[in-house]
Design a protein around this ligand. Structure first.
Ligand code: NAD
Length: 256
């Protein structure tokens, strides 16, 4: 495990009620951070916050006015020492059938809200000369797949945002990096199996092997705890020269 001490630090993790975000909340709390568990799920945010001894913040990141209100100076989000932009959602459909409202929602949650949260967190980080911005991107931040136009657009966008933040912040003790997982065993992926089967006209039992793991040389799903460990590394002193980088955990997918 990465040597990481976040005692006295506040870590804000979005989408932390489930999957990768919950794993990050557990890992950063184990390193001593006070974790703010941000999610639209009231029950989920409270349950994870209670588990890790953190603070729940129920917030719909698709509602940008609510995001701005939560980002007010002196609030939980503006005081973040570590910000993990993780919340996300998926919709699988070809472009000509893709609902325009869903495209807009995915970009708000996965690109606009991360920009606003980083924007709000930077003054505190700059003030103390230390901060960590980690964005849970995806192999889809580096490669496209059919039928995921909004998701691929948002993930490519977060790669650009992270690199820009890295250039602006790197000289001030603040780093910005992404992690780029392949398919992770979470509810988000489980929810895609039926949609992928329908869109591609194959049985659900064949989706993981034929679609999700087709490009990966390592033939298994990634675990949320493995992604959380990569996030922990990027928060550590050992990673202080990693800035503007993408830490890829894709079983070799993007090596093709
Ligand atoms: P998940 O569905 O298990 O968890 C996502 C969390 O985000 C949920 O708790 C959900 O309530 C929250 N969320 C969604 N919309 C929200 C909103 N509008 N406001 C606040 N919270 C909201 O998904 P996961 O697989 O853990 O995904 C987490 C991140 O990892 C996402 O950004 C996803 O794109 C990325 N990712 C996942 C995989 C994978 O295979 N699971 C692969 C690469 C990247």
């Amino acid at each position: 495990m990465t040597d990481l001490d976040l005692s006295g630090r506040r870590a804000v993790v979005t989408g932390a009620a489930s999957g990768i975000g919950a794993a990050c909340a557990r890992r950063l709390a184990a390193a001593g951070a006070e974790v703010v568990v941000v999610d639209r799920s009231n029950d989920g945010a409270r349950a994870v916050a209670e588990e890790v001894g953190g603070l729940p913040l129920v917030l719909d990141l698709g509602d940008l006015a609510a995001v701005d209100a939560a980002c007010a100076p002196g609030g939980l989000l503006a005081g973040a020492d570590v910000l993990v932009n993780n919340a996300g959602l998926q919709h699988v459909a070809p472009v000509e059938e893709f609902p325009v409202e869903t495209f807009s929602l995915i970009l708000r949650v996965m690109l606009e809200a991360p920009f606003r949260l980083a924007r709000a967190a930077l003054p505190h980080m700059y003030g103390q000369g230390w901060g960590r911005l980690v964005h849970v991107s995806s192999v889809h931040g580096l490669r496209a797949s059919p039928n995921k136009s909004a998701y691929v657009t948002a993930k490519h966008g977060i790669e650009g945002l992270s690199k820009t933040l890295a250039l602006e912040a790197g000289g001030r003790g603040v780093t910005s990096n992404t992690v780029c997982p392949g398919y992770v065993r979470t509810p988000l992926v489980e929810g895609q199996i039926a949609a992928q089967a329908r869109t591609r006209g194959i049985p659900e039992s064949e989706v993981v092997g034929q679609v999700m793991l087709a490009a990966s040389a390592v033939k298994r799903l990634l675990e949320p705890s493995e992604v959380a460990e990569a996030v922990a590394f990027l928060c550590s002193d050992a990673a202080s020269y990693s800035n503007g980088s993408a830490l890829v955990l894709d079983g070799g997918w993007s090596a093709r």
